[in-house]
Design a protein around this ligand. Structure first.
Ligand code: 3HC
Length: 311
């Protein structure tokens, strides 16, 4: 009997072919992509808040210009990703409602505060660094629109990571207070950045299917290990330390051993009990309400264009 749609889908996945919006796909493949891409998009726009907090207080015009460019990039990443999600038949307005109602997630990492300028450096180096480690494999994800969005996003993330590393490099060679400020920021962002990779593989609800469908290319623990191996070397170039007494090169494994992540903290932050969860969502809801007139104007303009085209 000729291959049915599911056989064709399975053959495309195992043949490393891209699934495109018009291809038949199982409902749960579609659903898990909507879930992940929406959460990824929400993370990008919520992620604008911790850093945006420093645009008016950046220590120099150069730092201000670089930070404005980075925050604008995050907004653009959100738009690429909402567009990728819309190819699966959802509408971004619907996804934003789910975010505002707390029914869709964004990355736990953005629920932490940014009390000093050094946080902008630690976020660039650690948070964008972790994002790159997670996003490079997603460039080979089986769903075409998501993989293509990732290619563009990864190029910009590299600039984000470099500017963060450079901020910390300068502070670490500054006055003792500047050096202490850089070390304090690294101490606060290290463990939360390891949590960005998700729960341990044993606790991961979606990894099995996500890897079978070649959405997730490496497991949560594998990418977390890859990230630790990278920053354990880079922190030496910074002349700073990571707040992990168990961090040590394991020649047998060919990787760095590192300490136990506090999964109780991770679970609490996901439940909404992180330091900034409420503030982030309130700020987001307020920004959405303040932007209603722009959406109104865009709709009116589109309607006028349509009338003109029809006339
Ligand atoms: N924050 C919030 N929720 C998380 C999380 C985190 N750090 N890690 C896992 N979760 C959630 C998952 O969403 C899932 O919950 P759900 O069923 O309600 O969606 C649950 O915890 C179990 O985790 P799984 O490992 O089973 O889930 P996934 O297979 O989806 O893996 C993931 C989690 C690795 C984060 C994966 O979703 C992924 O790769 N997402 C794309 C990357 C992304 O979202 N990155 C955001 C980082 S910030 C960013 O990119 C901005 C940059 O500019 C700095």
């Amino acid at each position: 009997a000729p291959a049915g749609p599911r056989q064709r889908f399975d053959a495309m996945i195992s043949g490393e072919e891209r699934i495109e919006p018009r291809d038949w796909m199982p409902d749960d493949y579609r659903a898990t992509l909507i879930r992940q891409i929406a959460q990824h998009a929400h993370s990008e726009i919520i992620g604008m808040q911790p850093e945006g907090n420093w645009i008016t207080r950046a220590p120099s015009l150069k730092r201000k210009a670089v930070l404005i460019a980075k925050v604008q990039d995050e907004a653009g990443h959100g738009l690429y990703l909402y567009s990728a999600a819309e190819t699966l038949g959802v509408d971004r307005a619907e996804l934003l409602d789910l975010l505002h109602e707390g029914r869709q997630r964004y990355s736990s990492i953005f629920n932490y505060p940014t009390p000093t300028w050094a946080d902008v450096g630690a976020i660039g180096w650690l948070v964008d660094g972790a994002a790159i480690t997670n996003q490079v494999p997603l460039c080979r994800c089986s769903y075409g629109p998501y993989a293509r969005a990732m290619v563009r996003i990864c190029k910009e993330e590299s600039f984000h990571q470099r500017q963060g590393f450079e901020i910390l490099h300068v502070l670490a060679r500054g006055t003792p207070r500047q050096r202490a400020m850089a070390q304090d920021a690294v101490d606060r962002w290290y463990w939360p950045s390891l949590m960005m990779f998700g729960p341990p593989d044993s606790e991961s609800a979606h990894s099995g299917k996500s890897m079978a469908w070649r959405i997730k290319r490496y497991s949560n623990d594998d990418l977390r290990q890859r990230f630790v191996d990278i920053i354990a070397e880079q922190v030496r170039a910074l002349g700073l330390t990571l707040p992990d007494p168990d961090l040590a090169w394991n020649a047998e494994r060919g990787h760095y051993d590192f300490g136990a992540v506090d999964w109780a903290e991770f679970t609490a932050v996901l439940k909404g009990d992180g330091p900034c969860n409420r503030q982030r969502i309130e700020h987001r809801r307020a920004a959405h309400a303040d932007g209603a007139w722009v959406r109104e104007a865009a709709r009116a303009h589109a309607a006028k264009q349509a009338d003109r085209a029809a006339a």
